[in-house]
Design a protein around this ligand. Structure first.
Ligand SMILES: O=P(O)(O)O[C@H]1O[C@H](CO)[C@@H](O)[C@H]1O
Ligand SMILES: O=c1cc[nH]c(=O)[nH]1
Length: 252
């Protein structure tokens, strides 16, 4: 019998884990757990696939969030009910700055709140900022692995198509409020688009939880719209190695 509504998890299953790695894609959970000692499948329910593993003897839970703010908010709330206090998201992303290349790693310090769910935790004036210790750990983890990440702001959108100003859609129509926004965020030095950090950062800051985010660039929107399948896995693996190292730094 589960202790929470959606995740299919009990407190006992988490073996005291206080830290969670939260990818979007359920299939990524197992690949992340494979980097840990004693990886164990826990549950799969809707978009939430969870595994448990150990890093230097410390239990770490991995649980996918699915796509977008509403499901992130459920994942974080229910893991927090089970005792988790620190959340590191590892995602894929689309860069919007021309100099950022496919395969690069981004550490997000703050998010533009283009979501709806974060407004259920705090008004729009409240910033969507990452926890400093988590960001520091992600940056230092990347550096220790010989990776120089870009560090800065992400635009975090509820929608993949209009909210990220994609015209390669069946209608090619975008509501006026979103036309020209890619250029606007680019001018404002935003690094990239993704879909979860606004909710994750806002709710965690508001609730006294810690959150950070690392992502791997699978497409650069100034150059292409469709990612090259061949590079996705290696980019994800690079970002996974950063998040694993960051957990060991946070636990040391
Ligand atoms: O690769 P994940 O972690 O799912 O992250 C990104 O990919 C999905 C969109 O394709 C969104 O969830 C976005 O944030
Ligand atoms: O362009 C992209 C790529 C991945 N995920 C997003 O949300 N946008």
């Amino acid at each position: 019998m589960s202790d929470v509504f959606h995740l299919g998890l009990t407190q006992a299953m988490l073996e005291g884990a206080k830290i969670a790695i939260v990818p979007g894609d359920p299939a990524r959970s197992e690949r992340i757990a494979a980097h840990m000692d004693k990886p164990k499948f826990l549950a799969s329910s809707r978009e939430f696939t969870s595994w448990l593993g150990y890093l230097n003897g410390v239990p770490v839970v991995v649980c996918s969030t699915g796509i977008g703010g509403p499901s992130v908010s459920i994942c974080v709330e229910e893991l927090a009910q089970l005792g988790v206090r620190t959340f590191l998201r590892i995602g894929t992303t689309g860069a919007i700055q021309p100099h950022i290349r496919v395969g690069d790693i981004l550490v997000t310090t703050g998010a533009v709140r283009l979501d709806g769910a974060s407004r259920h935790f705090a008004p729009l004036e409240y910033p969507a900022v990452a926890d400093f210790a988590c960001t520091n750990a992600l940056y230092n983890a990347a550096s220790a692995l010989g990776i120089k990440p870009y560090v800065g702001i992400s635009a975090s959108s509820d929608t993949f198509y209009p909210g990220q100003e994609r015209y390669d859609t069946f209608s090619a129509k975008i509501y006026p409020a979103y036309r020209g926004t890619l250029q606007q965020w680019q001018d404002l030095q935003v690094m990239n688009y993704e879909m979860e950090s606004a909710t994750l950062f806002t709710m965690c800051a508001a609730l006294g939880l810690r959150a950070g985010m690392v992502s791997g660039v699978i497409v650069n929107r100034t150059q292409q719209e469709i990612p090259d399948e061949a590079t996705i896995k290696s980019t994800e693996e690079k970002a996974i190695s950063v998040v694993i190292k960051a957990v060991t730094l946070l636990n040391s």
